[in-house]
Design a protein. Structure first.
Length: 271
């Protein structure tokens, strides 16, 4: 009996400790658009009816006792209304999420109902080295970053993602909803798709190579008649460049699948 009581007490203590390791802010919402304007964020899709924001519990030395009872504000006019250095505002069907003050490298995780759509936008060199990580999300995604890498895992789409100075990796679930557009200007694009995916494929890199897994049978389009601005026939001729372009169909065609980079390589894998 003493052993059972001790085990229960230990279990309660562990649960309490686990709960104390993060701060949370919850917003009852399961439809609409979540618009995230912060770098270094992890977004997880789930079948729920709340948007849940969480961050690690502050260490004792990180707490500012002088700020007790005060609310963090910024020059932008935004106020921390979450306790996570975030401003969360709802306007109609859109939820805007912005930073307030400095978060340094603190990780923010957001759990989002799969019935919503998500938009992420980040800019500024000060955000270099951070990444936008999204996993297990079944809704529509729109991502635009300048210095952040983008990592997408077990998503369905539709998705339109672009990063200028970061790499882009994506792994799709067995069911994919198009269109899909994945673009990295200066880094690589690495994508894993179901081998049975039916798609109209447009893959392009101006200064790199394209690699595709065995078994992905892309039927290239027959070259159409090409003419220059003076009307001269250019069919059969190739402009001198290091550009690699593949336009065709996969498994007979279907949704649009666009993969592009200007200075990196493209890797197309199968799940």
């Amino acid at each position: 009996m003493k052993k059972i009581v001790a085990t229960i007490i230990l279990s309660i203590a562990l649960v309490s400790l686990a709960g104390a390791q993060e701060r949370q802010f919850k917003l009852p919402k399961k439809t609409g658009t979540l618009k995230v304007n912060i770098p270094g964020v992890t977004i997880e899709g789930y079948d729920g009816n709340e948007v849940v924001f969480s961050a690690p519990e502050l260490k004792r030395e990180e707490k500012d006792e002088r700020a007790a009872g005060l609310r963090l504000v910024s020059g932008s006019g935004l106020t921390d209304n979450t306790g996570l250095n975030l401003s969360v505002r709802e306007n109609g069907g859109v939820i805007d999420v912005d930073e307030v003050g400095r978060r340094d490298r603190e990780l923010i995780t957001i759990k989002v109902p799969n019935t919503m759509s998500v938009k992420v936008a980040t800019t500024g060199a000060m955000n270099a080295g951070r990444s936008v990580d999204i996993k297990d999300f079944k809704g529509e995604l729109e991502i635009s970053t300048m210095y952040n890498a983008i990592s997408l895992h077990n998503i369905t789409g539709p998705v339109n993602a672009k990063t200028i100075y970061g790499e882009l990796t994506a792994t799709f679930a067995s069911l994919v909803k198009g269109p899909v557009s994945l673009v990295s200007v200066y880094k690589f694009v690495d994508v894993s798709i179901p081998s049975s995916l039916k798609a109209n494929v447009n893959i392009s890199t101006k200064n790199g190579n394209i690699y595709a897994a065995d078994g992905l049978d892309i039927k290239k389009e027959v070259s159409k008649e090409k003419k220059d601005s003076d009307g001269e026939d250019l069919t059969g001729l190739t402009e001198w460049s290091r550009s690699s372009d593949i336009t065709g169909t996969l498994n007979g065609g279907g949704m649009d699948l666009i993969l592009k980079t200007s200075y990196g390589k493209i890797y197309l894998r199968k799940n």
